[in-house]
Write a protein that binds this ligand. Structure first.
Ligand code: BGC
Ligand code: NOJ
Length: 814
């Protein structure tokens, strides 16, 4: 069953009923100001850091779900009836409700009692404010008098403190109101020079700035007292819970329309000019006033919206395809690219499953996310790489996380996730392949952000490799440390105390447990760095690295192969994990994919065998499971993975992040049918028809799909902020469609299902637009490449100095 439909032309998903199985959300903002917004206008906003600069409050795990957001109430002042045009929070039945989630904006509209209301929410490019653009229309035959109430609940900036430290916080809330603008200025008197503002284009009948005054005692957002009575009290009390509520009154003749603009923004004043007049505690409005005035003008709002659309148009234009499958087209051309940008912006900080107060930016996560967005924002990818490298430790290891506002490593979590360094190499490799900006390798970057420790980025990469070499276990495989890609495989923790972190409370010295996953990642990283150094003319270094890659591959073939698939690890006692000899957790997906991608055992047929094992033991109609059989009990020596009930999360769900590794592996083996089949099993658009089972948004990937050991097999959870976005994009774009940047140029090497007659694509790459046409002439993926009509040997497009280059691939020849 569906809850809406895709409007591909407008790059929107249209939700046609408000009661989706879960809140289906979208993101506003691209640079410094961000918002989360659900299909019923729930959500919140923040500046840069969802924890440290939270503008509006949001109660996670609330009842009812998703209460609190950017709400508007309309009240018919003659009848006294009121409702919310976004359905929440009043939940009145609406006619023609539709929420259109688009690229960086959300529009929600509905009709009630012959009043049409359309709201458009977005953040203008380059600004630290959001616009709520409301249009009301009287579709009845009589004049109507409406009260409009806007509402936000302010957060006292630090979201965690805001939700816990009431003895202080209920005493510090401060608000100022001037000229229809409500300013939230808690702590502005002391150590903050920033404030939030909530402005309205209409003159006010009244306002509220105290939550209880607005809602009334013991009442909730579904029926605020002020809305019910149609009267506000102009509350301005210090302390308690500051809100922003504008009350305006509008009369509309039959057929008349009216636009009302609200702005919610974040603003900083220079330290010395915080107050005006001097000597008072009044906010100096000198710099903010012109901004507010500007964006309250309808033409400016329209121009800003057009510019937002153009921004997205440009980003998405970098890669566009037309294939025989609408689910491929839709995800590649619109939604998967969009989700990659969202993960770039937010890493794992703020979604409806990440509270914005937990994790900072993950080192591993951000490096992987880069694989998905590097072609869209190469300059920002460059900066991201340098930021990440600056949190690296002198040992070559890395802080597992860093805070976006300070860009410093997070001490509480620390390092020793032994896969982390390899991801930096892979990210830089992807960046170089996309941009050929070899100069980045000369950038001087500190370690642990300490001035005076700077070395070249190249040296950082070398230390990434060295880190693994310095942490090798008894079989010659890399030691796992606290965890590898799988944060929940904690072989050194042995945690028995409730509440203890599985990741950071290691009790063992970690000198035994080894990871086949890190072996594969190391092989890939050393291979890439070998190619990079070769490019730089460092032949000896390149040979050394190649030797290291080959050596690790050989060790993995010897000690990492279990007979029919790759092993997962050796535990603290030196016993196999992910082996036929195990009672549970006999086979894991990660090493099958990553070892194949690293080329380990390709020649020996191991990869073919491993893929058959994946198909036999792990593949389901809802995607490829992370492991089988699921762990049925908690194993002290395995850690968090076995803490999850069977079929959930890392314990044998379809952990979607890993599935593209299998798609890529199948493509490497030339199995186009299987690669695309796996791709489509977890493709959100393809799963739209089972939205009542899938439950999460049909336009973005979720981290997990419940495994077959659960009673809700097929239910997706933890949508949006997941490495799944980047990896699926890479799998379809670079390996199945086969359009793949390489150090020396763009490669085209599609591995398609036999049923596909071809596809066409445009790819902007290093300043050139490649118009690519793939045509099937027979079965199989043997190919012939023609560039500008000339046949070319191999799969690499030679660089031609012109704006458009025509590329033709004929498949199934020879
Ligand atoms: C989650 C993992 C996640 C990790 C991050 C764990 O509790 O289950 O999925 O990677 O935390 O630190
Ligand atoms: C989510 C984390 O963000 C990611 O880094 C990790 O690889 C997966 N969970 C698997 O545990």
């Amino acid at each position: 069953m569906r809850y809406g439909y895709f409007d591909d032309e407008n790059r929107e998903y249209v939700v046609t009923r408000p009661d989706t199985p879960l809140p289906w959300i979208n993101y506003l903002g691209m640079e410094d100001y961000f918002g989360l917004i659900s299909n019923t206008a729930g959500g919140y906003s923040f500046y840069q850091d969802a924890r440290l600069r939270r503008l509006t409050r949001y109660r996670y795990n609330n009842v009812p779900l998703d209460m609190g957001g950017r709400y508007i109430y309309l009240r018919d002042d003659r009848q006294g009836e009121f409702w919310s045009p976004t359905w929440m929070p009043t939940r009145h039945e609406l006619e023609d409700y539709a929420c259109r989630h688009g690229m960086g904006y959300t529009r929600i509209g509905s009709t009630y009692n012959e009043i049409r209301a359309d709201m458009r929410y977005f953040v203008p490019p380059g600004e630290t404010l959001e616009i709520w653009d409301l249009t009301l229309e009287n579709r009845s035959n009589e004049e109507r008098v409406l009260s409009v109430f806007s509402s936000v609940e302010f957060c006292l900036w630090e979201a965690h403190d805001d939700a816990t430290n009431f003895q202080r916080n209920l005493n510090i809330g401060e608000i100022e109101v001037a000229d229809s603008v409500i300013y939230h200025k808690t702590e502005y008197r002391e150590r903050r020079n920033h404030f939030a503002y909530f402005a309205c284009s209409e003159p006010l009948v009244g306002y509220e700035t105290q939550r209880e005054a607005f809602l009334g005692p013991y009442r909730g957002w579904e029926a605020p007292q002020a809305v019910q009575s149609g009267k506000t009290s102009q509350s301005l009390r210090v302390g308690w819970s500051p809100v922003g509520v504008h009350h305006i009154r509008i009369s509309l003749k039959p057929g008349e329309q009216r636009q009302v603009i609200f702005l919610l923004g974040y603003h900083e004043n220079p330290e010395a000019e915080k107050f005006s007049p001097r000597g008072t505690q009044t906010i100096n409005k000198r710099t903010v006033a012109p901004l507010i005035e500007k964006y309250l003008q309808p033409e400016v709002v329209e121009t800003a919206f057009t510019s937002l659309q153009e921004t997205w148009e440009q980003l998405l234009d970098i890669f566009q395809v037309r294939t025989p499958d609408e689910h491929v087209d839709r995800m590649v051309n619109i939604w998967n690219a969009y989700q990659c940008m969202v993960t770039f912006n937010l890493s794992r900080s703020a979604s409806y499953f990440e509270s914005g107060i937990g994790r900072g930016m993950g080192f591993r996560d951000s490096n992987q996310d880069l694989l998905g967005f590097v072609q869209m924002v190469p300059d920002r990818a460059r900066q991201r790489i340098l930021d990440l490298a600056a949190t690296q430790l002198e040992t070559g290891g890395a802080y597992h996380q860093y805070q976006p506002l300070t860009k410093h490593g997070n001490d509480a979590v620390g390092g020793d996730f032994n896969d982390d360094p390899a991801w930096l190499v892979l990210a830089v490799a992807a960046y170089l392949k996309e941009t050929a900006d070899w100069g980045i390798l000369d950038e001087q970057v500190p370690y642990d952000n300490k001035p005076g420790t700077e070395t070249s980025l190249l040296e950082h990469l070398d230390r990434c490799i060295q880190y693994t070499l310095d942490n090798i276990g008894p079989h010659g495989l890399p030691l796992i440390g606290r965890a590898d890609w799988n944060d929940c495989l904690n072989l050194n923790t042995f945690s028995s105390k409730p509440g203890e972190s599985f990741q950071t409370s290691s009790t063992q010295d970690g000198k035994v447990a080894e990871s086949v996953v890190i072996a594969a990642l190391f092989t890939m990283a050393a291979e890439e760095l070998s190619q990079i150094t070769k490019h730089l003319g460092l032949a000896d270094e390149s040979d050394r690295l190649k030797g290291l890659a080959d050596g690790m591959a050989a060790t993995t073939r010897r000690y990492g192969w279990d007979g029919a698939w790759f092993l997962r690890a050796y535990d603290h006692f030196g016993k196999e994990v992910g082996s036929k000899s195990c009672a549970e957790g006999k086979i894991f997906v990660e090493p099958q994919g990553l070892c194949t991608m690293a080329g380990i055992g390709l020649g020996e047929g191991l990869a073919e065998t491993a893929m058959l094992a994946v198909e036999r033991h792990l593949a389901t109609e809802h995607g490829v499971l992370l492991l089988q059989p699921a762990y049925s009990e908690y194993y002290l020596h395995l850690g968090e993975i076995s803490s999850y009930p069977p079929g959930n999360k890392e314990n044998a769900s379809v952990f979607c992040h890993t599935n593209p590794w299998i798609m890529i592996s199948e493509a490497i083996l030339g199995h186009g049918d299987r690669a695309l089949d796996y791709y489509l099993r977890i493709n959100p658009s393809k799963r739209e028809v089972i939205s009542d089972l899938h439950r999460s948004e049909p336009y973005c990937y979720a981290q997990t799909i419940a495994g077959r050991d659960t009673d809700h097999f097929g239910e997706a959870k933890n949508s949006w902020l997941t490495g799944t976005a980047a990896w699926n994009y890479v799998a379809i774009m670079q390996w199945i469609l086969g359009i793949r940047p390489d150090y020396d140029g763009l490669r085209v090497e599609p591995v398609l299902p036999d049923s596909w007659q071809g596809f066409s694509a445009t790819r902007k790459f290093r300043g050139v637009i490649y118009d690519i046409e793939v045509v099937r002439q027979g079965p199989g993926n043997a190919m012939m490449l023609e560039v500008e009509g000339e046949p070319i040997e191999g799969t690499l497009i030679p660089s031609i100095n012109q704006e458009h280059v025509a590329v033709k691939v004929t498949l199934g020849k020879g």
